[in-house]
Design a protein around this ligand. Structure first.
Ligand code: NAD
Ligand code: ZN
Length: 248
């Protein structure tokens, strides 16, 4: 492990433009369970597909029930050593963007400017109308839902309101995806932290970086499909690994 961390420190030092690609694994140390680890979210509930959410009021109710059940975990979560190490490199001017599959907003809370976090799967800290995009706060939705599980409606156009996240089967946000691809091509080092790299098209981003000539580092507890093409893989905890190499 010492040797790998030394190599990571050298790659970071040699880089002028780092892009981080983060997944659910970077937030487990903040107490938010990931999808695929034992005890993760998928063992409890199959995710609700976008088409089912649209098709059935009962599915929409179930989706809000789950959301509010998870909400205490989400709103209590604080950035951890991994998020803070990324912020430290960002403040030193070495990180251009953080591309994330996460929806928890913790990297922004850790101090990376909102405009420099590219959220590929949206954000769960607020809700949005599916038709006109108007925002609604979770507090507002909660108040509506508290009365006999009434489904929220858009105050502007009457459309269906959903958390601002991208569900399975829901189209990816085009602008974010294009921006992430552009960043992947332009960076000289991409560091993946805590993603199983199996959810597409998000998982293409590190591959695009590699093919465009960037160094690729993967920090993950488990093997990923991109390990064979990586410059370096670190099979360890993210918080420990990143803070070990970013200490001043
Ligand atoms: P994933 O659950 O598929 O993979 C997470 C990976 O991180 C796993 O391979 C696991 O071994 C590893 N990991 C977990 N904790 C770690 C740690 N402390 N150190 C090192 N490795 C660790 O997650 P994914 O690839 O991001 O895909 C799941 C999808 O679920 C995402 O697209 C995201 O939208 C959503 N999701 C988001 C959150 C969040 O916002 N925090 C949480 C759960 C799921
Ligand atoms: Zn609307």
């Amino acid at each position: 492990m010492e040797r790998e961390l030394g190599r990571l420190a050298a790659l970071i030092k040699a880089s002028n433009r780092i892009v981080f690609f983060t997944g659910a694994g970077i937030s487990t140390e903040s107490g938010i369970p990931d999808f695929r680890s034992p005890g993760g979210l998928w063992e409890k509930n199959q995710p609700i597909e976008f088409s089912d959410f649209l098709a059935s009021e009962e599915m929409r109710r179930e989706s809000w029930r789950r959301k509010f059940a998870m909400d205490s975990v989400m709103s209590a979560a604080e950035p951890n050593a991994g998020h803070l190490a990324i912020t430290e490199l960002y403040r030193r001017g070495q990180v251009s963007k953080v591309v994330t599959q996460n929806i928890d907003g913790l990297q922004q809370l850790a101090g990376v400017d909102e405009k420099d976090v590219i959220e590929l799967h949206g954000n769960t800290t607020f809700a949005k109308c599916l038709d006109c995009g108007d925002r609604m706060s979770l507090k507002q939705v909660k108040a509506v839902f508290a009365v006999n599980e009434t489904l929220p409606e858009c105050g502007r156009c009457g459309g269906i309101v959903k958390t601002a996240t991208i569900s399975f089967g829901q189209p990816m946000p085009v602008r974010e995806l294009q921006e992430a691809e552009k960043e992947a091509v332009a960076c000289d080092l991409m560091i993946v932290a805590g993603s199983s790299l199996v959810v597409y098209p998000a998982a293409d981003i590190p591959l695009i970086a590699r093919e465009a000539g960037a160094e690729l580092v993967i920090i993950n507890r488990e093997p990923t499909p991109l390990d064979p093409v990586a410059s370096l893989t670190i099979r360890g905890e993210i918080g420990k690994s990143l803070s070990a190499v970013t200490k001043p």
